[in-house]
Design a protein around this ligand. Sequence first.
Ligand code: S3P
Length: 160
Amino acid sequence: IGFMGAGKTSVAQTLSKSLNIPCYDLDKEIIKKIQIPLSDYFDKYGETQFRQLEHQFLLKYYSIPGVISTGGGCIENHANRAILKETSNVVYLRANFETLHHRINNDKMNFRPIAKKRTTEELKALYMKRLIYYETCATYTIDTDTLNTQEVSDRIIAMI
Ligand code: S3P
């Protein structure tokens, strides 16, 4: 878990290769089902509907053995937080807002509907609001500001 730009997807992939266990990215699984980009889905059906879908996918995947990367807003939903709090080995990839903002702006491949409609101040407010949710749901926290994907993955393996 972690905010947009925390590296959840890449770390999960690296971790899954190192541990030789399956990897499920909830956003990718959702996209497979809806068959349109997330930003189009947000435009068409709105965030509330997306959150419901995200909840269904977390329910489906959280107990399957493997690595799961969630979307950054997965912790917005109370029921999702309850699931995560009961799940072992939930890793929060923490980073400073400046680091995340830089990564979000540079990631042209991943068009983020939540970021595109917000000013920097609004995005920072969202980050601040979510911090407590990530913290309370996490079993482990890793500061990722100065680490690359492999280093984060190695630390997770050492921790768990
Ligand atoms: C969201 C983050 C996205 C994706 C959706 C909503 C959010 O995932 O689930 O656009 O609310 O923070 P990433 O954290 O992988 O960008």
